[in-house]
Write a protein that binds this ligand. Structure first.
Ligand SMILES: *Cc1c(COP(=O)(O)O)cnc(C)c1O
Length: 383
């Protein structure tokens, strides 16, 4: 596969080599735990399936191509991937990260790794110049998520990477909300890209998986070592499903963006809505950066209901028919989520509210259904 192919062509073809034994166009699901060796140590490049599986290899080649990266390592979940990166740190090391983070990342950092002596600074990264005051000789990493979940802040990846390079820090970007279709952090100077593959990459709400992409041989070796040593490896069936899902990523994303824009514009003028978080609005505080580093603005939108108690907010959240009330995002079907009690419940209330995750905030993952049905559903639920 030529390096200069465009996104949709790569989504369909990268990593998908016809099976040499049968010519099967789709990568087979290699449902095996081990591989027969011709003599001790003489094998076809595969020893034991925790380390390597051909279906997973094909998927990793595909995702690496989509992120313009040299290497990809897949994990059994997005958290497994995040854990693999943080595991490479040592007690005393410090990480600078955002103040609006996926709840599970916050929980991993504070509840699992802080007790091991790794320190995390939760900083407003929308102004990258906030970073420098937290840097000291122990600082090893910047962990940025953009757009953020759920308040849709946009963090300037290039500005963060300049600071990271000056101070010899590793910049990791959680690119889950944007997907590689909208944003490629490696091109903007990031060292590692993390994906919850569960979301847009998988795209059909039927798999949990994570991925790390890098251009650095050294980082690839370290991350693969963690995968093989700690065992958060994804199975072959899931790898196959994600490869199948990615073949339509560009088509799905076009529709997510189209529907997202229509929904954001509709909600903005709705009398029952106090606030709409969507980076496509010119008055969004980080709109210019979003325009610079993203190809479009995606289908993730958060809204604050006007003068609504938590009971009223629950009532609205339960009144949708096209949208389903559920955690997760990025699938073909529209989902609605109440972050304060669902995805972000593990963040203390005071912390949460400081980041804008109030009790009357709802997060929409706008799917790829027909826009008329989506808008009609929102209209009746708000009524
Ligand atoms: C879902 C999510 C994760 C965690 O991924 P899992 O696949 O659920 O483990 C991390 N970051 C973001 C932004 C997410 O939305």
């Amino acid at each position: 596969m030529k390096k200069d192919m465009k996104f949709g062509t790569k989504a369909i073809h990268a990593g998908a080599h016809p099976d040499p034994t049968t010519g099967a166009i789709m990568t087979p699901i290699f449902q095996t735990s081990t591989y027969v060796q011709e003599a001790p140590g003489v094998n076809k490049g595969f020893g034991y399936a925790r380390g390597k599986n051909p279906t997973r290899e094909a998927l990793q080649e595909n995702i690496a191509a989509l992120e313009n990266g040299k290497h990809c390592v897949c994990f059994s979940s997005g958290m497994g991937a995040t854990d693999a990166v943080i595991r490479t740190l040592r007690p005393g090391d410090e990480v600078i990260t955002g103040d609006d983070l996926y709840g599970g990342s916050y929980r991993l950092f504070t509840k699992i790794y802080e007790p091991y002596g790794i320190k995390f600074h939760f900083v407003n990264l929308t102004d990258a110049s906030n970073i420098e005051q937290y840097i000291n000789e122990n600082t090893k990493m910047i962990w940025a998520e953009t757009p953020t979940n759920p308040t849709m802040q946009i963090i300037d990846i290039e500005a963060c990477s300049k600071i990271a390079k000056t101070h010899n820090l590793t910049l990791v970007v959680d690119n889950t909300f944007a997907s590689p279709y909208l944003q490629n952090p490696l091109n903007l100077g990031a060292d590692i890209v993390m994906h919850s593959v569960t979301k847009y990459l998988g795209g059909h709400s039927d798999v949990v998986m994570g991925a790390l992409i890098t251009n650095s041989d050294e980082w690839h070796e370290k991350l693969y070592f963690v995968l093989n040593s700690c065992g958060a490896n994804p199975g072959p069936m899931d790898s196959f499903l994600v490869m199948r899902g990615i073949k339509t990523l560009h088509l799905r994303m076009e529709r997510h963006c189209f529907n997202g824009r229509k929904v954001a514009e509709y909600l903005k003028n709705h009398p029952k809505i106090e606030k709409v978080y969507w980076p496509g609005f010119p008055e969004h505080p980080n709109h210019e950066i979003a325009k610079k580093q993203m190809r479009d603005f995606g289908g993730m939108i958060s809204i604050v209901l006007k003068d609504a108690s938590i009971e009223n907010t629950f009532k609205v959240a339960s009144s949708f028919h096209v949208f389903s009330l559920a955690e997760s995002l990025g699938g073909v079907e529209s989902l609605i989520n109440h972050p304060a009690t669902m995805t972000h419940a593990s963040i203390p209330k005071a912390e949460r509210e400081k980041a804008g995750v109030v009790d009357n905030l709802l997060r929409l993952s706008v799917g790829v259904e027909d826009i008329e049905d989506i808008l009609a559903d929102i209209e009746q639920a708000l009524a």
